[in-house]
Design a protein around this ligand. Structure first.
Ligand SMILES: [Fe+2]
Length: 295
């Protein structure tokens, strides 16, 4: 089907004007180097304009006393891979953010190449170059049973298990005991004009998925997503939203997208324990034609 676009009073067809911006999204690679290589090879050899990484990018399986150093070492390696990628594809823009397993104390290491190799989108809004759309990320997830609490908050006020407030935080290269402040919730944190400004034309990347959807099905079949994030999408109807965190949800539910109000939430459902990488590809101008690719 041919489409027509009017610019300065003149009609063009798609064949005379390039309007596409092809994006690839995935998350939860957790330091799986084979998956990174597949992703970067794919983005190098295809016409990809935008790469979006939705958190949990660094390895998580290591002893607590070497956890942050292990992540730092991998980050150094990842930065080398991204440097090589940018040499091949200087115009492709990479947007990324931490996930709940990525030590927050490595912020300074990420900052060194922020704005050069990639843009860290956690709580930061960027115009998507050459498009009318913005992108903004949000790394926090509802309280979990896991130890690292750098990126955890109660989802909404009350109703959470007090014991899940206790764990550790990264501090420099160490993990130290910590207790999450129960008074700051994801719901209150998202209630900010900066987050919801221009939502209809904003791609929101949340590490956590909306609760009670096809995107948040845990191993035991329970739903572990965020009510606050679902309510945010419901109220502010982003252009579309992208999610990670619950690795096997797509395999369990059989769906990688779900409507929320007038918006659409999408997950790659990438599993770092698999030898295959799961990605979403879509044209930012026509996201309805998105597809999930596992390779
Ligand atoms: Fe993850």
């Amino acid at each position: 089907m041919e489409r027509f676009i009017k610019v300065s009073g003149v009609w063009f067809t798609d064949s005379t004007m390039v309007m596409g911006n092809i994006a690839v999204f995935t998350s939860d690679l957790h330091g799986n180097d084979d998956q990174y290589q597949k992703l970067l090879r794919y983005a190098s050899t295809q016409a990809i304009d935008t790469v979006i990484l939705g958190g949990d990018l660094l390895p998580k399986n290591g002893p607590p006393n070497a956890y942050v150093q292990m992540q730092r070492d991998f980050l150094e390696h990842l930065i080398d891979e991204l440097k090589e990628f940018k040499l091949k594809k200087p115009k492709t823009v990479v947007y990324l953010m931490p996930g709940n397993d990525d030590a927050a104390s490595l912020q300074g290491d990420w900052d060194k190449y922020d704005g050069e190799l990639y843009n860290n989108i956690h709580r930061k809004r960027f115009p998507l170059s050459g498009t009318p759309y913005d992108i903004i990320g949000y790394s926090f997830v509802p309280l979990t049973k896991y130890l690292l609490k750098d990126w955890e908050m109660p989802d909404v006020a009350g109703g959470f298990n007090e014991s899940s407030l206790k764990g550790v935080r990264s501090e420099g290269l160490r993990l130290v005991s910590a207790v999450v402040n129960p008074k700051i919730t994801i719901e209150s944190d998202l209630d900010s004009k900066y987050m919801y400004f221009n939502s209809r034309k904003t791609i929101h990347v949340f590490h956590a998925p909306p609760v009670d959807t096809d995107l948040d099905v845990a191993k035991d079949g329970s739903h572990i997503g965020s009510k606050a994030i679902r309510d945010f999408i419901h109220s502010h109807t982003p252009y579309f939203s992208l999610h990670g965190h619950v690795h096997g949800t797509v395999a369990r539910s059989g769906k990688f997208m779900t409507p929320v109000s007038d918006s659409c939430a999408i997950a790659a459902g990438n599993d770092d324990c698999s030898d295959k990488l799961a990605i979403i590809t879509l044209d930012l101008y026509d996201p309805g034609l998105m597809r999930r690719k596992v390779f």
